[in-house]
Write a protein that binds this ligand. Sequence first.
Ligand code: VGL
Ligand code: ZN
Length: 211
Amino acid sequence: MPNTVLADDTALLMIDIQNDFCPGGALAVADGDAIVPLVNRLQPLFSTCLLTQDWHPDDHSSFAANHDGAEPFQMRDMPYGPQVMWPTHCVQGSQGAAFHADLETDRADLIVRKGFRSQIDSYSAFFENDRKTPTGLAGYLRERGIGTLALVGLATDYCVYYSAIDARALGFDVTLIADACRAIDLDGSLATAMDDMREKGVSLSDSNALL
Ligand code: VGL
Ligand code: ZN
């Protein structure tokens, strides 16, 4: 298939391609850095490219280190619901929170930062983990006339997954470019996320179908 720019109402949403989610990072996703060359090749096909950046204060309540007796990857009940206790990651302004050095970021029109409130985590690019507080991204996309999203990034079963299902619930057409994503896969979370995305009408694709 020739390299063509996709329709103007389609955006590439690149989720959390940051050092801490890559090998050597604080919450490393296996092979997370392997998606970077692919994501860079996909960007020129889209007239609109958007980035998200996990961006936590160091007293963030999703960090195990901020709770007495909590171990990383355990669950805790928070006022807004169950929350995984994560290793400290993507602290605002840190090298771990920076985008992977090889990721092309100059094409992005917008960087959505999320998880910046101490008391609540935000996996999705659209809503915080209370599933209610908006990030503003939906309004931005609607005002720009964007109705279709292609999703890539880290991690498939957390921030990519929640962004995909929220986008569907908000009425966007969504395609997951699966080979340009990598998963954390905590207790079967990848299979659960993939099943739920399929059920909610997220299309599954592969970069070969586009490049
Ligand atoms: C993510 C866990 C904690 C992600 C962010 O980007 O998928 N996962 N913070
Ligand atoms: Zn986080």
